[in-house]
Design a binder for this molecule. Structure first.
Ligand SMILES: [Fe+2]
Length: 196
């Protein structure tokens, strides 16, 4: 397994609720060629998100969309407590609507959970626990700046996950219009919902 990339706080400010704050740094690391490290056969990348806080916000990955026509991505949570935010892109007459989404899911995940990411869904993991959040995924297609630009332009996904009074709360990102309320599900509930 090799270190592929490091996301430092300076680069994450583009997608934070409060870009001026200080907090954990670096925020997360992505290791590649995981499948060269048995027993992790079949997986490609390993993402490690630091525990802690960025102001009130939980440390998270930058968030991205996938290009059209790509295979489903699968995440396997290895350690920690995470919430995967997924937002379905809104496309009208072939045009991606940057400031609108069709649906938002907030999926609470524990070690052993696996979650499939279908095309058209933007996604980002947040570490809501007190230890590093470690996940494997099978993404071998790589990324281009185009995958990240829509999220960067909107200063993040639809909701910011913050802690207030010991509770985890989803705060609307004001750069989106007409946001649907987020649907909170466990990874099992999400899998069952999209099985049929
Ligand atoms: Fe992805």
């Amino acid at each position: 397994m090799k270190l592929g990339s490091v996301r430092e706080l300076s680069g994450m400010k583009l997608v934070l609720k409060d870009p001026e704050l200080e907090g954990v740094d670096p925020v997360y690391w992505v290791f590649k060629e995981v499948s060269n490290s048995p027993p992790a056969d079949g997986w490609e990348n390993c993402t490690v998100i630091a525990p802690g806080k960025l102001g009130q916000e939980f440390p998270k990955t930058f968030g991205h969309y996938h290009p059209n026509g790509v295979p489903v991505e699968v995440y396997h949570l290895v350690a920690g407590e995470g919430i995967l935010q997924m937002q379905k892109k809104r496309v009208i007459a072939g045009e991606l609507q940057l400031d609108e989404v069709e649906e938002v899911y907030l999926i609470t995940a524990k070690p052993g959970d696996e979650i499939e990411i279908n095309p058209n869904w933007g996604h980002s993991w947040s570490n809501v626990g007190s230890v590093p959040l470690i996940s494997f995924d099978n993404w071998r297609t790589g990324h281009t700046p185009t995958d990240y630009e829509p999220i960067e332009k909107q200063q993040g996904l639809a909701y910011y996950l913050v802690e207030t009074g010991g509770d985890i709360r989803a705060v609307k990102n004001p750069k989106y219009q007409n946001l649907p309320e987020p649907i909170w599900l466990t990874a099992d509930e999400f899998r069952q919902k999209f099985r049929s």
